[in-house]
Design a protein around this ligand. Sequence first.
Ligand code: PBG
Length: 332
Amino acid sequence: MDAPFAPYPAGRMRRLRRSAGLRDLVREHRLDPDDLIQPLFVHDGSGPDEPIASMPGQSRLSVRSLEVLAARAQAAGVCAIALFPKVDDRLKSEDGRESWNPDGLVPQAIHAIHAAAPGMAVITDIALDPYSSLGQDGIVVDGQLHNERTIDALIQQAACHARAGADIVAPSDMMDGRIGAIRGALDAAGQDSTLILAYAAKYASSFYGPFRDALDSAPRGGGDKKTYQMDPGNGDEALIEVARDLAEGADLVMVKPGMPYLDILWRVKQQFKRPTLAYQVSGEYAMFKAAGANGWIDERATVLEALLGFRRAGADAVLSYYAIEVAEWLSG
Ligand code: PBG
């Protein structure tokens, strides 16, 4: 912080808060529809949308509904969608090979979004958990997630998504060295304009619970992800993770979860001054929905305040399950 606080402005701070017009005039940070990214779940069945009990208002969508929502997002001014596939149990395996099937659900969904909402940026998740019979983000060897074998699989998944037209691939697995490996593989395959969004500082968080319900992707047999996702007690380590991902070629970096980690977001943006995203995750969404539905908080006002807080803390954009709804509130 360079500005010293002396001399203090004399007189009343409250003068600048006197009217809505004055408050608007001097406001430092704002939230606009194009700061929001909508995560959407898609299923591969021919049936209808499947509501997600722990995420009221969100469903596993049919590809047809995905198209409708993509168009609605675009009309509201949202310019990116993050896709998450709900994969049938029969397609899950220990090596997650369905994740690089060129005719799989994600390639299909990418085409559907581009057709329904031309210009919409499609972000795909690079990790094996939706495809893993063990519910882990990579390949397990002798009970441990194997770094290099996992990266070999992630490279194939990223190349598959890039070929299908993903604008941004987003490795969310936290293996060491995967950003450089994926960048190298994409460049070698002629996909040098595909961006990489690194889930750079991703914590082993209990706030992901509803997401794992949505995809039926929780680690099996009481397992967890603590040997690869970060320990919630660490802050400095996040800066090292981000530095390494940027050095390996990440175009954008992310901090996840959101609200409990605003200090990390602030430090990352201050330190690196690169495009930085925050993810208001499924557990955060569930809390706003539950308290709002009970009338304990004003859902709309608290959600807007929380999202503005991400912007103030340094987020250039925020992934939020509220994105389309908020964009409509803002433009409505
Ligand atoms: C998995 C992935 C997770 C989320 C995004 N990608 C869950 C996890 O790491 O177990 C969580 C998102 C949310 O909770 O909203 N690679």
